[in-house]
Design a protein. Structure first.
Lengths: 165, 165
């Protein structure tokens, strides 16, 4: 089972910047990373006028775009898949999955916290909180990091989820 | 096994327009269509600056973008997957797959032919040719259609690949 780590926090706390740093550092250490980004309000991908875009517009349930270096897929869904369903359906051949955009989920969590934006931390009472990333004073029972501590946060992730493999 | 039909022909013969028409008509009859578009020279998808784009740029091997209505996936590949591999890996819950951009392949083929562009038809001697779509005089052993004969071409596809299911 591919381990999943969830990055949580309100908008504009720096979640995406943290994930970018973690992807770079974990990849640098030789592990393969997948990400899942959840957009509650839908998303646009592909470019108007491209063949794949035309296929979808004409009603294709699913379109695959293939090339020697990458493959893309766009698929209609009847529901908002649970994270485990997305993993089982779409993800293989990676060592870890980082997810962003799911507020409630049962996976280990790293919270990015900024007092002026966040009010109280979202996950202080969450059993699955493994770390908090903040520049502000907080009282939590988990390791606390600054946003530039990418190496140290990666150490924690590797220690908890990747070293045993 | 989901049936695969390949639309072939040189550039600017009208392949994409034909596929769009077929997707609409086959979907209209209650079947689910997937498409595979092959781009030998690679492709761009996603939009610069989006989180998913940042994930990939940071080195993510695979990125899933999920929403209640659609899911997209962009994945690095080590090779140009064969059509059957793409089907097995990425496609389910559809009735038929239409493919475009693969010149040589072992699947039933519909050739879109324009004399001024194509020279000789590509597939006259191809055992898997099931139809030719052209406005020009050609000598072939398979049914010949005009480009507006979407209903009739769909009849053929349904008859050959979908009626038995």
């Amino acid at each position: 089972m591919i381990p999943i780590v969830s990055i949580i926090g309100k908008s504009n706390t720096g979640k995406t910047t943290l994930i970018e740093g973690l992807i770079r550092e974990i990849t640098h250490r030789g592990y393969r990373v997948a990400t899942i980004k959840h957009n509650r309000h839908g998303f646009e991908i592909d470019h108007e006028g491209k063949d794949s875009w035309k296929h979808r517009r004409a009603g294709a349930h699913l379109t695959v775009i293939a090339s020697p270096e990458q493959v893309a897929l766009i698929e209609d869904t009847k529901k908002d898949y649970a994270i485990a369903e997305l993993r089982d359906r779409y993800i293989s051949e990676v060592d870890i999955i980082l997810i962003e955009g799911y507020k409630k989920n049962p996976y280990p969590k790293i919270e990015v916290y900024r007092k002026e934006i966040s009010g109280q931390p979202l996950a202080t009472s969450d059993d699955n909180l493994i770390a908090i990333v903040t520049e502000d004073p907080v009282t939590v029972d988990v390791p606390r990091f600054h946003k530039e501590d990418i190496v140290e946060i990666t150490d924690l992730i590797v220690d908890l989820f990747l070293d045993q493999q």
